[in-house]
Design a protein around this ligand. Structure first.
Ligand code: TGC
Ligand code: FAD
Length: 392
């Protein structure tokens, strides 16, 4: 792969709106990605291997629980810092950002928000340091966009619960130490349970042959009469709103992360367009290529402003689920379009692993699907503005 020459576009001087702490956090993540992710990520993706060697670095830059209080091992940062970290990581690779998103927003967040003090003390510091890795089991083979239909269930059998069912498409599952699993009790009410590797009847087979997120490990969570101790139930929230609340936090991170992938594609295409000569001129001198680049920087700038404003609202605890949904949908959509256009600017070179664009483009096919598909997010906005539910 080519050396990482990334220079971040900032067309509207967004840096002027960032605090010194935001810039320090962002720059530390940016430097780490250049030093420790870019040199190895193409190889990991080609081999379809999650590079476990980066776990320590992710913990060091505060990517595991950026906004979780320091008393639990988190970085105690604000939401804009969290977003900037996700942006920088996804600039390197969406799969690496997935690992961080799941650990922070889908595993640490529910334990912090819905867990007991004992659960917080037991799990959060180890998750923040990367000593333990987590996964989040909501999706099932027959219930993706409609998680409320889930059939994974648990029964109270006296001194423990008995958990049965299966989850599919679970990031980090093949190597997770703990899984936050959503299942229905005998009354059909959804609860979160912390399942630990080693519990009898719990297995995590890997899903192979993906063309997307190849540097992220994806798999199943299978539960066959798993005895889950009663103290592993998350006590402070139940119902579908509990897992959906975690998704709000992860979708927010993706809204920033997708900008990172878009920035990398744009920056690569811009450099290439200025250097590549055809018909005696740099291809960047042709109007058609300038149109592509001009549209890319415009969409990136709009996405940056959307994410920044959403971060302010999140910091004030005022961001609605529908606002988060819009930012996730828009920013992933512009990123995937930019990746496709950037790929064309590179011509044949664009399909090779010499450049990051094709990897971003394939990764973004997952990002536009998980955490709510593009269509589901359109319907969330549709419901919010009309008051009419078009899901069912
Ligand atoms: P609905 O009746 O609308 O809502 C049920 C209850 O949930 C509440 N609620 C929310 N609460 C918090 N945050 C949100 N975003 C919420 N959305 C809804 C709602 O108020 C209600 O509460 P209550 O108290 O009245 O019961 O539910 P529905 O069954 O009609 O479904 C709505 C729909 C389709 C929007 C929702 O199910 C949905 O978002 N579907 C998409 C599924 C999804 O996003 N799955 C993601 C799985 S995890 C993942 O992909 C990780 S990838 C990670 C990575 O690698 O980065
Ligand atoms: P479906 O729900 O079957 O949707 C298929 C199509 O139908 C989509 O185009 C959808 O938009 C459309 N559709 C569905 N319902 C409607 C409707 N009402 N109106 C209009 N159109 C509709 N899940 C987890 O729980 N944890 C994870 O860690 C996780 N990681 C993932 C990692 C990867 C790489 C991938 C690909 C997925 C991951 N997921 C995870 C699952 C992901 O959240 C689901 O794939 C996603 O929610 C969509 O579900 P589905 O694939 O079953 O598609």
């Amino acid at each position: 792969m080519k050396p990482d020459l990334f220079e971040a576009p900032d067309y509207y001087n967004l840096d002027d709106l960032l605090s010194e702490e935001h810039k320090l956090v962002r720059d530390a993540a940016r430097d780490w990605v250049k030093r420790d992710v870019s040199p190895i990520i193409e190889d990991a993706a080609q081999k379809a291997e999650f590079p476990k060697s980066i776990i320590g670095g992710l913990a060091e830059i505060g990517a595991f629980g950026p906004y979780i209080p320091e008393e639990y091992g988190g970085a105690g940062l604000d939401q804009i810092s969290y977003g900037l970290i996700m942006q920088e990581i996804e600039r390197g690779d969406s799969g690496v950002r997935s690992t961080a998103s799941v650990q922070s927003s889908l595993v640490m967040y529910p334990i912090w928000k819905y867990g007991s003090e004992e659960q917080r003390q037991k799990y959060l510091p180890k998750l923040a340091s990367g000593e333990w890795m987590g996964s989040f089991g909501l999706t099932e083979p027959d219930h993706g966009s409609n998680p409320g239909g889930m059939t994974t269930n648990f029964k109270d059998v006296g001194d423990h619960y008995l958990l049965n069912g299966a989850k599919l498409w679970i990031s980090n599952s093949p190597f997770c130490d703990v899984a936050v699993v959503w299942a229905k009790n005998e009354e059909g009410r959804i609860h979160g349970l912390i399942v630990e590797r080693g519990m009898e009847g719990f297995s995590t087979p890997e899903t192979h042959n993906k063309w997307s997120l190849r540097a992220s490990a994806t798999g199943e969570l299978i539960f066959q009469d798993v005895k889950v101790p009663k103290e592993n139930l998350l006590p402070n929230k139940s119902g579908l709103g509990a897992p959906l609340g975690c998704l709000d936090s992860a979708r927010y991170g993706i809204a920033w992360g997708a900008i990172g992938a878009a920035m990398d594609c744009y920056d690569t295409a811009l450099r290439y367009a200025k250097e590549r000569i055809q018909f005696g001129k740099p291809i960047g001198a042709f109007q058609l290529q300038q149109k592509k680049l001009a549209e890319m920087i415009t969409e990136i700038t709009k996405a940056q402003l959307l994410a920044f404003r959403l971060g302010q609202l999140k910091n004030e605890d005022k961001a609605t689920s529908a606002q988060i949904s819009m930012a996730k949908r828009n920013n992933v959509e512009i990123a995937i379009k930019i990746a496709r256009e950037a790929r064309q600017i590179l011509g044949g070179m664009g399909i090779t692993g010499e450049y990051s664009i094709m990897r971003h483009m394939m990764n973004l096919e997952s990002v536009i699907t998980y955490e709510g598909t593009h269509d589901i997010h359109l319907l969330i906005t549709g419901l919010d503005i009309t008051g009419l539910n078009a899901f069912k």
